[in-house]
Design a protein around this ligand. Sequence first.
Ligand code: TXA
Ligand code: MG
Length: 364
Amino acid sequence: MALSSELNTYHKERVIRQILNSFIMTIILKIRKDNPEKVLVKQAAEIIRKGGLVAFPTETVYGLGADALNAKAVEKIFEAKGRPADNPLIAHIADKKDVYRLAKEVPKDAELLMKEFWPGPLTIILKKSKIVPDIVTAGLDTVAIRMPSHKVALALIKEAKTPIAAPSANLSGKPSPTDAEQVIEDMLGRVDVIIDSGSCDIGVESTVIDMTVKPALILRPGGLPKEKLEKFLKNIGKEEHSEKPKSPGMKYKHYAPNAEVIVVEGSREKVMKKARKLVEEYKSKSKKVGVITTAKEHGYDADVVKYVGNTEKEVARKIFKALRDFNKEDIHIIIAEGIEEKGIGEAVMNRLRKAAGYNIIEVR
Ligand code: TXA
Ligand code: MG
């Protein structure tokens, strides 16, 4: 079928998805968030046990899961996402005891974090045991482990009776999905099951901390703010933006919508003033301009303005969907207001700067 030139990228992708779906039929299972239906969880768990792929909700973002101990099944994750093979996956567990199966050593400090923050949005890097297939860790001698708090995720892992390896359920390079509709956009026809339990509470991925080094190192800011970790770990380092990061995933182009993104950072008033100016500039060059704002009364004269809330937590919940939804509107350029880097704001800014490919304007 020829794709009409009148269709924009978003709609072309939809057509491709529908074609793909005639090859692998994806089953969509609606499962209650608070009181997951056992029969449905069983159905999804059965697919994991048979080596299939199940997209499932967590409290951070949706994950794309396979049996972490089945190398063939994990290989399918990389295919479905188009993910580079050198980017390792997180093993999700439903019982803290499983850490001792997946990891060779569990330092005291790591146990303290597990006790305080699991289940929850924290991924801990430990030395790996022999049972973890190399494909999960991309050949590294460490493994990333997380116990999510979402009831559906926990029920699925328990019922599958195996740890579930899962990256975020987006195509590689795209914003992580925070509801099932976004998963369907990327994964229909590529996976066996998509579980739909509505939107994720946190909206950005877990914090990744490396406990194999001293001091412990935050490799990715995320759902669990550094301020909370610091109450339990005196000395925490932070990996700076570099060409050769320790967390392989951090080097790739990420979270990027089709449009170019510019982040404007600094004091709120100056940010909005500069953003308004940029809107005018690009519009005068006949560009279609989108804005991401944290002000309800913003006064932007852009083609599309997305209000993402005015607290760090609210912005975290909405930022990925906002970035994604601009694709539906053929926007050329997105101007995003920066937010304060406190609490989960640090993770939001980390994602926004990446989405912008570090295209940042500072107005302090
Ligand atoms: O909240 C989350 O963490 C979500 C949900 C589904 O749990 N998952 C997620 O996975 O964000 P993913 O694959 O999109 O990001 C995992 C990050 C990547 O940056 C990867 O490079 C890093 O964790 N990572 C995994 N294993 C690692 C290891 N052994 N050493 C260093 N970094 C690792
Ligand atoms: Mg990801």
